[in-house]
Design a protein around this ligand. Structure first.
Ligand code: PML
Length: 278
């Protein structure tokens, strides 16, 4: 499901006859309101469609003027994976959050150049999908830069979902936002070509982001952006020299289902860098 609305953008300052400046709106731009997807048995379709529509029309970003729903019959048996283990670091400021994200990514093998490239791209905003950045040389790898890469065909089975909800509830983070981000990150990190992901939400009211990696799992980082900022996005760090088309095909096309759930912990006060998961 994808919900969006058109807003006026691209303003031009013009001088009117009485020489006062006026602002004219030139163009309508489509902004993203909400998105969701999953892999479900056919008996679940009606319930899920109702849930998605309800979510799209009651989103805090506003009422959409377009909701696109697509339902596809997936023939291929999904690959079964385990969700990443979840932890939250204790960060209280933007500077602290960025410092932790940098440390986690560097300790996962990502170069400073690649981390800065990702932060610049995310700060600039306007990415529709995720961007792929090579882990050493910081090269942008996705063929269509505006579109980026859209992670698709991912889900969690009913009993793993219940187990995950229970685990997250113990720490007060059992929300759709956390569950969907974790499911997505678990698929991304299960790709052979990807080492780590950096995510900063584009929701102006959501200031927690995460770094996910094979080494540390899913690490939530509060205050990674300032409240009110609408820019955000995802960057996936790809092993230098790895086959890009294979990686994109896995992320966009390969059905992947979470069948097992790793431990969910709350806020960790110990030095996270010294406690890798693998
Ligand atoms: C999003 O806006 O969907 C991204 C949310 C990322 C962080 C989720 C979490 O709190 O773990």
């Amino acid at each position: 499901m994808r919900a969006s609305k058109e807003v006026k953008s691209e303003k031009l300052r013009v001088k009117s006859e009485n020489l006062k400046h006026k602002t004219q709106n030139l163009k309508l731009t489509e902004i993203h309101i909400s998105g969701a997807e999953g892999l479900y048995p056919s008996s679940e379709i009606q319930r899920v469609v109702r849930k998605y529509i309800e979510r799209a029309i009651s989103h805090p970003k506003g009422r959409p003027d377009k909701i696109i729903l697509s339902i596809e019959d997936i023939k291929e048996k999904p690959k079964e994976i385990q969700s990443l283990p979840v932890r939250t670091v204790h960060s209280q400021t933007l500077a602290e959050a960025k410092d932790i994200a940098m440390k986690l990514l560097k300790a996962s093998g990502i170069s400073e150049k690649a981390i800065h490239a990702a932060l610049r791209l995310i700060k600039k905003g306007g990415l529709r999908g995720a961007s792929l950045i090579s882990a050493e040389k910081a090269e942008r790898l996705e063929p269509e830069k505006q579109r980026g890469v859209r992670v698709s065909r991912l889900g969690i089975d009913a009993s793993a979902f219940r187990f995950l909800s229970l685990g997250l509830s113990k720490h007060g983070i059992n929300t759709d936002t956390v569950k969907e981000a974790l499911i997505l990150a678990s698929k991304v990190i299960s790709s052979k070509e990807i080492i780590a992901e950096l995510c900063i939400s584009d929701d102006p009211n959501y200031t927690t982001g995460y770094v996910a990696s094979k080494k540390f799992g899913y690490i939530r980082i509060p205050h990674i952006k300032l409240k009110g900022s609408k820019t955000g996005g995802r960057a996936f760090f790809v092993k230098e020299g790895a086959p890009v088309s294979k990686c994109i095909s896995y992320l966009e096309k390969k059905p992947v289902m979470i069948k097992k759930v790793s431990p969910c912990r709350g806020i960790v006060s110990d030095e996270i860098i010294n406690s890798p998961y693998k």
